[in-house]
Design a protein around this ligand. Structure first.
Ligand SMILES: O=P(O)(O)O[C@@H]1C[C@H](O)[C@@H](CO)O1
Ligand code: GUN
Length: 298
């Protein structure tokens, strides 16, 4: 395991080593990778023929330190599509570097998957009429006011991909109106507030967010950026877990337990949705086997 807080970058051989280690341990060859944010590890439970690896047992892998992030990779199949789920991911505020946040995304590029389906829960929403518990499909990514730079690592050019990615989310890949349940589709701009401290927003910057019509979170931008750079198709889903206050006198504060509570209430429904989307992903892969469908939930 790497020490936290290092300004590491892994070498290309580090990615290869981890990828090959996993390939030697499992017969699954995933086509879709799902990153499950806080409280959404349950999504992996829908998979058949599961094989699980704890992060601490995988060479080079960071370990999860935040409640609601179990910290294991689950390989399996959904609707006959081979998948891998990250039950838990990493945040800058845990003391990890960007390379550590993005480590597994680069590994998926190196063989484990042709697509990425990342599942992110929890975002605060500053547009007050937006309902908590709504699921948003992300269309646009704004890096935030303190943008991290996940593509600066030295080996990025080994990615046979566009060096300057632009649109991050695959728009054509999926409609949430899928017959899978009650989810609402949103074309909203989503803004990521990627802080190194686990702070929630103060009302002041949220005024700007409101004008952008954005949701805020502490993760996801680095992984999406790198996935896109690697040529993966990305679907981003986010669950609105709380409102963000524009009022300094407001007493209620956002807390992680409540965020997890909302995730728990929606996890089953999200699990069905993700399974449906992965099933459709398989169909698209048949149509375009070179680089399958999208995707990214987070
Ligand atoms: O991993 P995600 O972005 O889902 O986790 C969010 C961000 C913070 O860790 C926490 C806030 O409650 O949940
Ligand atoms: N930055 C940020 N991240 C979140 N994750 C879940 N809720 C929030 C929030 O209100 N703000």
């Amino acid at each position: 395991m790497l020490s936290k807080g290092s300004s590491c970058c892994y070498s290309f051989d580090d990615y290869k080593l981890t990828t090959e280690w996993l390939q030697n341990q499992t017969r699954h060859r995933p086509k879709v990778a799902v990153i499950c944010g806080s409280g959404l590890g349950l999504l992996a439970e829908a998979a058949a023929d599961k094989q699980t690896f704890r992060y601490q047992d995988i060479p080079n892998f960071p370990v999860s330190t935040v409640p609601g992030h179990e910290g294991c990779l689950v390989f399996g199949t959904i609707e006959e599509t081979p998948c891998v789920f990250m039950k838990g991911h990493f945040h800058l505020y845990e003391g990890y570097s960007l390379c550590q946040l993005d480590f597994f995304v680069r590994c998926t590029f190196l063989n484990l998957s042709y697509a990425k389906f990342q599942c992110e829960n929890s975002a605060g929403w500053v547009v007050q009429e937006q309902n908590i518990m709504n699921l948003l499909k992300l269309n646009v990514q704004h890096p935030g006011f303190c943008p991290p730079a996940p593509l600066t690592s030295q080996h990025q050019n080994q990615n046979r991909s566009k060096v300057h990615p632009d649109n991050f989310y695959n728009r054509s890949c999926v409609s949430l109106r899928s017959g899978s349940g009650s989810e609402s589709e949103s074309g909203s701009i989503v803004h990521q507030n990627l802080t190194k401290d686990p702070n929630h927003e103060t009302p002041h910057p949220c005024g700007a967010e409101e004008r952008l019509g954005s949701s805020v979170r502490m993760s996801m931008v680095p992984e999406v950026t790198v996935a896109k750079h690697c040529g993966l198709r990305v679907l981003g889903l986010t669950l609105v877990t709380n409102k963000v206050s524009l009022d300094y006198s407001r007493e209620e504060k956002v807390n992680h337990d409540e965020v997890l509570e909302i995730c728990k209430m929606r996890a089953e429904l999200l699990q069905k949705l993700v399974s449906t989307l992965i099933g459709r992903c398989q169909q698209n892969m048949t149509d375009d086997p070179s680089r399958c469908v999208f995707v990214h939930v987070k």
